[in-house]
Design a protein around this ligand. Sequence first.
Ligand code: A3P
Length: 305
Amino acid sequence: PSPPMGNLKFGNKKLPNAIIVGVKKGGTRAVLEFIRIHPDVRAAGTETHFFDRNYDRGLEWYRKGYELCLLVWIYRIAIYQSSPNNKKRMFTLCFHLSFRGLMPRTLESQITMEKTPSYFVTKETPHRISVMSRNTKLIVVVRNPVTRAISDYTQTLTKSPDLPSFQDLAFRNQSLGIVDTSWNAIRIGLYALHLENWLRYFPLAQIHFVSGERLITDPAGELARVQDFLGLKRIVTDKHFYFNRTKGFPCLKKPESSGSPRCLGKSKGRTHVQIDRDAIEQLRDFYRPYNIKFYEMVGHDFKWE
Ligand code: A3P
């Protein structure tokens, strides 16, 4: 029997075949926005946080949260004749869910993707993803952990301007060079440690590492490797990018949805907070052994030293 028209036209919501699992401030938005211009890729627009914060909602929510939510909402209003306040609350929740648990509709030939950078550092995530499918392809965008920490701090500072100084947070005792590894901005950069956890559930060949640095200097080169890894034809090429001098970053000539050029938003490519050279040197020393271990594990030197 022929499939219903709806399916022909829009395809079905599917669980992701590939996930950008990290790292925060590595360049994850850039990779997702760049790969999704590929005609065989469809991606969830916002970070779903399914495997870390919303796991209890179940895989069906992950796949099609929006529809489920809409149904529940209509049901509530119809059956309970909710008070206006309740309706408002339900609508807000629904609106929230609709952008959280939303997989896009895909055709059979297309792959589904999402990105949630906190997955890389969440202990439970590798196991949970492997339970969904052991074949899930994983992408990690890595960046010099010192720069990453400063980028992370700069972002937090825009939300909480009263934050203590970077040095106060990064060091337990700066004169002794003792780094506070419990601070998230530092902990996230211990890539080798987090990777060990992933390798308990996934073979290395199923994890692709994008260089956050090269993503800026050679986006087409990095995207070629991502497409190879995903088994896609190399359709996203240097023809799609141009360097925007005002932004100081590569931008897309022609994005998926409209015909006009587009750069990432203001929160991507911020000017970093100035950190004194001594602190940077100390952090470089701190990360060096972890970086070297990471290079050995993945078989690639990211040249952060
Ligand atoms: P900065 O704002 O510190 O420069 P994420 O999307 O994972 O949060 O990563 C944000 C980082 O992506 C930015 O950090 C920026 O350096 C990097 N990036 C890589 N390519 C980019 C691009 N084409 N436009 C803007 N930012 C890009």
